[in-house]
Design a protein around this ligand. Structure first.
Ligand code: FES
Length: 146
């Protein structure tokens, strides 16, 4: 017996672990709002868009901040950490992260220089789309396929 199963066998096991999970009721996610839920250790954000409830991994595609602590407005999700913007229907990137420092005119020049250096590095980090999950709604019950 080989020490490892063939890759295809491993993939089949992962697929076998995927299933539908009931995550809440539609009345708990009003139109125009979002709600964070946890399903079997996976953090998910439910977003009630103009076309229905969407589900994404609750992780920004930039540096993994919870997207649920950001904002949902006018069809887009905005990350609270660096303000990357994502399409709430598809999770596609609609705006790149920004380096914004409130009241930066009050910071010492050395700190501003260090932040400028960090900003250069941050600019090299690619912002990925949000990971979507399939959603089904039946009798007011929301289910997500993980
Ligand atoms: S972690 Fe979300 S924009 Fe940087």
């Amino acid at each position: 017996m080989p020490p490892y199963e063939p890759v295809l066998g491993w993939l089949t096991k992962v697929e076998a672990m995927s299933q539908w999970y009931e995550v809440g009721e539609t009345k708990q996610v009003a139109p125009g709002t979002m709600k964070a839920v946890e399903v079997g250790g996976t953090k998910v954000v439910l977003v009630h868009t103009a076309s229905g409830v969407r589900a994404f991994e609750d992780r920004c595609g930039h540096m993994s901040a919870p997207i649920s602590i950001g904002t949902f407005k006018s069809g887009v999700l905005k990350c609270a950490l660096h303000a990357a913007v994502f399409d709430a229907e598809s999770g596609a990137v609609r705006g790149q992260p920004q380096m914004h420092v409130p009241a930066s005119d009050k910071l010492p020049p050395e700190m501003l220089q260090a932040m400028a250096e960090m900003g250069k590095i941050m600019g090299q980090i690619r912002c990925e789309p949000l990971r979507p999950y399939p959603v089904a709604v039946s009798n007011g019950q929301i289910s997500v396929y993980l």
